[in-house]
Design a protein around this ligand. Sequence first.
Ligand SMILES: [Zn+2]
Ligand SMILES: [Zn+2]
Length: 187
Amino acid sequence: MTKGKFKTRECGKCSNNITKTQYSLKCAGTCGGWYHRTCTGLSDEQFLAYEKRKTDQKWLCGRCGRNRHSSSSDQSDASDPVPMDNPSNKDIMKTIQQKFSEIEKALNFNGEVMEGLQRTIQAISDENRELRKTQEHLKNRVAELEKEVVTLKEKVSKDEDEARKKRVIITGIKGNPKIDENAKKSF
Ligand SMILES: [Zn+2]
Ligand SMILES: [Zn+2]
């Protein structure tokens, strides 16, 4: 039976099956898919030319056609000689040296800027160190003064004590009976 020999194919474009009665064409590209006659987008004449192999050209589906076109154009781009001046090596060296000196200048400039910044940073950190020293010194001074104050306070209270005792005695001599009594108690 010939019916069983027909293999059902799916159209590469519309994804519907291509039935036995429908005309179809195989893509000669990498996809190798089959396409309905209407899905090839060819005119009847063109389609028949491909189908009956009246042309040497092979049919490519839209995708394969585009791929081949773009890759072939890429190849031609690469192989086409790029029109450009053909400067001698001397000229190239001259240009390179110029570029290098430009870069060197730029680097030197940056270097100067960097040096300036470093100097400023150094000055600031020196100043900071000085300030910290001063601060440390002041802290120590304050601590010393605090100690002195404590000593003085102690001394003052001692003196006051002494003075009070003396005063008590003096007032005692003057004859204040109440303080006289207190003075007697404290001795
Ligand atoms: Zn189709
Ligand atoms: Zn294809």
